[in-house]
Ligand binder design. Structure first.
Ligand SMILES: Nc1ncnc2c1ncn2[C@@H]1O[C@H](COP(=O)(O)OP(=O)(O)O)[C@@H](O)[C@H]1O
Ligand SMILES: [Mg+2]
Length: 224
């Protein structure tokens, strides 16, 4: 292949990846979130919920395939194999920029490798939670924990010792929170945000280790 041909092929692949992302992946992602909201309005209607679970499974499946295709088209590896290192670097940079004490703990049983989709979404959640610590918390210290939550689930937690969340219910959810929730929905998990009266904030994202069927997705109520 000539240099010109190779350059053209590279450009086409980039374009295709971008179009797939903007037109297809974004739409599938909003479908997933809309289905999740729909489920909240159908509590108690088991057959409807099962049906929607099935639709969500298929949608997640397609998103996974797409994600794999993006990496291929862009010739990227993804961060599935280097997740912990990437988080370590993120936290070190956070500390340099903010002077807020930042600590990472990796629990035993945290896997050496994650699916690219899981790794990227978990990374973005940590990034957003840290941005919030920086902007809103007034914290002295933050802890990021990568946990083995249960047999089938992992969790990432970002916990600060700052002023805690504004409890005014009338405040609309910010885009950051909405984005974090979207990302756990994509992974088939859930987001728990806790804040106890001026004693810091905890963002806990729980998600399945592997993509499994929704019937298995019920997260056990085990304390983290
Ligand atoms: N770690 C935190 N400590 C205190 N308040 C927080 C923290 N994280 C989020 N918040 C509050 O929640 C609001 C919504 O956050 P977010 O959805 O990320 O929107 P944004 O950061 O754009 O304001 C913030 O404006 C802030 O008031
Ligand atoms: Mg924010």
């Amino acid at each position: 292949m000539s240099v010109r041909q190779a350059a053209l092929e590279h450009d086409i692949k980039q374009l295709l990846a971008r179009e797939l992302h903007d037109r297809v992946a974004q739409t599938l992602t909003s479908m997933l979130v809309e289905l999740e909201n729909f489920k909240a309005s159908q509590v108690g209607r088991k057959s409807v919920l099962l049906e929607v679970d099935g639709l969500q499974d298929s949608t997640r499946g397609v998103l996974n395939e797409l994600r794999a295709l993006f990496y291929e088209l862009r010739g990227e590896e993804g961060i599935g194999d280097s997740f912990v290192d990437k988080v370590r670097v993120l936290i070190a940079r956070f500390h340099e920029k903010t002077s807020i004490e930042a600590h990472l703990s990796v629990q035993r049983g945290w896997p050496a490798s994650l699916r690219p989709q899981t790794a990227l979404n978990a990374y973005r959640i940590i990034e957003e939670a840290l941005a919030n610590v920086r902007m809103h918390s007034g914290a002295n210290a933050v802890r990021v924990a990568l946990k083995r939550y249960s047999f089938s689930h992992l969790a990432v937690q970002v916990k600060d010792d700052g002023r805690g969340l504004d409890t005014d219910e009338s405040r609309p959810l910010g885009l950051g929170m909405v984005g974090m929730r979207e990302r756990v929905v994509i992974l088939g998990g859930e987001l728990r945000i806790d804040s106890n009266g001026g004693h810091g904030t905890s963002v806990l994202a729980i998600f399945p280790k592997d993509l499994i069927s929704s019937q298995d997705l019920l997260v056990p109520e085990v304390s983290a």
